[in-house]
Ligand binder design. Sequence first.
Ligand code: PGA
Length: 256
Amino acid sequence: MRVPMIAGNWKMNTTVSEAVGLVSEMRPELDAIDNVDKVICPPFISLAAVRELIKGSSIKLGAQNIYFEDKGAYTGEISPLMLADLCEFVIIGHSERRQYFNESGEIINRKVQAALRVGLKPILCIGERLEENEAGRTEEVVTEQLRSSLANIDYLTDLVIAYEPVWAIGTGKAATGKQANETIGFIRQIISEKYGKRIAQDLRILYGGSVTADNAAEFISQPEIDGALVGGASLNANEFLSIIRQTAEIKRRLSV
Ligand code: PGA
């Protein structure tokens, strides 16, 4: 059985004190929910403070980005070694990084390798743009993204994939559960062809894109979908808690 995961991607939101406030508000209830990996990904500058706050709890911490060199003259960047001390997960290849910061498949691949090298668990994001979806190219696009970002990587145990159709991110226009399940099943198939059935069956693949407390159940109840990467709704304590509670409940029901 794959342990379901809900990760909150706060993006470029919250000051340090707001981050501390939001985590303090959610901590007791989040901590109490079992059988789901609960991951919070605040901005870099809040990682240390949030880490202190969640010490001793079952809440996990992730960063939103990483650079691939360990140290050196790379003004403004954050290295794998710096993050390895602070958190367990790191989001890599988010479509906003691909789109606004020109991250190519090759750069994303170097970042995944750098994260794994220091023991960080990548949450690798892939997904097609609207025009690619409309042209019926979804499978081709995710296949290419998997090929480039996983080049030379033969160890997937610590990796999580998030399938996020770009047209569904921050738009309020989520995919349907059925669509997302189909594409995620396809992604698992590609992984199976490259890494074998066993690894593909153990790999967690999340859906992301306009997940809310109202539509989460539609995704979570699909057999191929192991959880969600949540943007906007993760900034609201009640919404985020509701998504996680529903996940625990639905996956528990499906496993018996
Ligand atoms: P959203 O963002 O939930 O606000 O659509 C998801 C993401 O970008 O990971």
